[in-house]
Ligand binder design. Structure first.
Ligand SMILES: *[C@@H]1O[C@H](CO)[C@@H](O)[C@H](O)[C@H]1NC(C)=O
Ligand SMILES: *[C@@H]1O[C@H](CO)[C@@H](O)[C@H](O)[C@H]1NC(C)=O
Ligand SMILES: *[C@@H]1O[C@H](CO)[C@@H](O)[C@H](O)[C@H]1NC(C)=O
Length: 368
């Protein structure tokens, strides 16, 4: 009896051990299966390090990459990289892709520096790449050598506007791109009035590239961005270059025209391509104001009907002088007292344009 009981006890213990063992195995197994990334057992080799910055130094070069977009409009290419390149050190580059976790073969890159550089050393540059066949590319980077050996230490750019379908519903009618905010710019009153004017005219999104701004404007933009009307893109170009606050190298010095304005406007067009019917490129002290239509949609419907195959519309600048012709005796609304900036409602007189001089233009672009 005694030995039997001991035996029974041991048997029970054995059962318990087996049971625990089985439980452990069955609890563990799914996890270890879960950590195997691909059913085929292939290892994920990329992207090792994805850039989360708006400006990324391209390793082994003096160039900067900003973003990458699918762009199948140019024959023989399928991807466009937006960048800022140093003009005196452009050498051949090779595109390499991360295709669903695997490195692709490299393809030659076509480097297209923009012709507008105004004498500065750095200029807006597009790089066109061809994605290899059978590659579902998620990330891209550029190499100085056609072999992919040293690729692991590069920062990868995520590829945007993937799977854009022609028939996909377009989210916005109008996007305004405000190129660059820099210095201690704190013109809150004009900024708020202009944003609200855009809204009344049917603008759905305002994209702003921010290098720095003043304290009151900071608060204003934070609240517009929480609401979703403003999209703030960090633009810390002063961390990488000595950006010029002027437009001409010989007069203003520095590394790049107007804090890289041509690059940000270019980037904004591609950022909006997937989601906006029209893109307006202007500054915050500019408003494209229809006078025969109640909003921009009415204006564009008419213009597009008249010019069905036109993708870019140029709008001539006209000036409303800073100094109001008639000072408003009452001053601004009491609620606006102490708000820094111009009250645009007081600047209602347009200067007669001098037809002997050139007037610059602003653009309305149909981005596709
Ligand atoms: C790769 O990059 C990491 C940091 O990004 C650095 O610590 C490492 O030394 C680099 N390796 C090589 C071989 O350059
Ligand atoms: C760039 O390459 C150097 C070695 O050439 C490496 O130490 C560094 O981590 C790389 N940086 C990035 C951002 O890939
Ligand atoms: C603009 O950029 C500066 C510098 O990075 C940052 O301190 C500030 O918070 C940014 N402002 C907004 C409104 O994004």
């Amino acid at each position: 009896m005694h030995t039997r009981q001991v035996y029974k006890g041991k048997l029970f213990l054995l059962f318990v051990v087996i049971f625990i063992f089985i439980v452990i195995i069955s609890v563990r197994t799914p996890r270890s299966y879960g950590s195997i990334p691909k059913p085929l057992g292939a290892e994920v080799t990329c992207p090792h390090q994805v850039s989360e910055q708006t400006i990324t130094l391209l390793n082994n070069t003096k160039h900067f990459l900003v973003s990458a977009y699918v762009d199948e409009r140019v024959n023989g290419f399928s991807l466009r990289i937006i960048g800022i390149f140093r003009r005196d050190s452009v050498r051949s580059l090779h595109c390499v892709f991360c295709c669903d976790g695997h490195l692709s073969t490299t393809t030659p890159a076509t480097i297209l520096p923009h012709s507008d550089h105004f004498g500065f050393r750095f200029c807006a540059t597009d790089v066109m790449c061809q994605v290899p066949r059978n590659c579902d590319a998620t990330h891209v980077t550029l190499l100085t050598q056609p072999d992919g050996v040293k690729v692991l230490n590069h920062s990868w750019l995520p590829i945007r506007n993937r799977n854009v379908k022609e028939e996909k519903k377009i989210q916005f009618d109008f996007t305004v791109c405000i190129s660059n905010l820099f210095g201690n710019y704190n013109n809150v009153l004009q900024f708020a009035q202009t944003l609200e004017m855009y809204r009344l005219l049917g603008v759905n999104r305002v994209v702003i590239y921010n290098t720095s701004c003043g304290p009151d404007l900071e608060r204003l933009l934070q609240s517009y961005s929480q609401e979703g009307f403003v999209e703030l893109v960090p633009w810390p170009i002063d961390r990488y270059l000595n950006p010029s606050s002027g437009w001409l190298f010989s007069q203003h010095g520095g590394d790049v025209h107007y804090f890289g304005q041509l690059t940000t406007l270019n980037e904004c067009i591609y950022r909006s391509m997937d989601r906006s019917r029209y893109v307006l490129l202007n500054d915050i002290d500019e408003i494209i104001m229809p006078y025969q239509h109640r909003d921009l949609k009415g204006l564009m419907d008419m213009l597009q009907q008249k010019h069905p195959n036109t993708g870019v519309f140029l709008i001539e600048n006209h000036i409303f002088p800073k100094k109001p012709l008639e000072e408003n005796k009452k001053g601004p609304l009491p609620q606006w007292k102490g708000v820094p900036g111009y009250n645009i409602l007081e600047h209602i007189y347009r200067e007669e344009p001098d037809r002997n001089i050139y007037h610059p233009h602003k653009m309305i672009v149909q981005p596709r």
